[in-house]
Design a protein around this ligand. Structure first.
Ligand SMILES: [Cu+2]
Length: 154
């Protein structure tokens, strides 16, 4: 009985580590440091920032983002024309092989619309990153104190 249990644990261990190594090699996009800032009462739209590391030998395309927090999520870029910053929607999010994509204040960001609850410092929520290859990756997003906002803008 005891021996059988040990064997089962070993089997689970190898299955998990094998599949991890397998996905690491093939289609693993590393997503880091997802955050947003706390909202004020009644605020329905937020910007979210994170970094993508594609250490694979294939381009990775993100098809969409989803979250229970918002019914509509778009990826935006900021274009400055005649000193006026304008947000433009990116239809395609492509992270080239062996390269990175950084979403940060003043630049590319995710935009969440129609949020019905107030986000407070210390809260967190999940975002699903849906890749075109069928893989969905989950990323935990932290809500930061809005006082920190000025530190992130340079
Ligand atoms: Cu935007």
């Amino acid at each position: 009985m005891k021996k059988k249990f040990k064997y089962l644990l070993l089997l689970i261990f190898f299955t998990v580590s094998f599949s991890e190594a397998f996905s690491e090699k093939n289609n693993k996009l590393v997503i880091h440091g997802s955050y947003t800032f706390e909202t004020y009462e009644g605020q329905e739209n937020i910007a979210v920032y994170m970094s993508f590391f594609n250490n694979t030998d294939n381009d990775i395309e993100i098809e969409s983002f989803s979250s229970k927090l918002s019914p509509r999520i778009e990826m935006h870029d900021i274009k400055i024309t005649n000193d006026i910053a304008k947000m433009i929607m990116m239809k395609k999010v492509l992270i080239k092989k062996n390269s990175q994509l950084y979403l940060q204040p003043g630049g590319k960001h995710l935009m969440f619309f129609g949020i019905k609850k107030k986000l407070n410092d210390g809260d967190s929520f999940d975002i699903k990153v849906n890749l075109k290859n069928g893989v969905t990756q989950n990323v935990k997003t932290m809500v930061l104190n809005k006082k920190l906002k000025s530190n992130y803008l340079n």
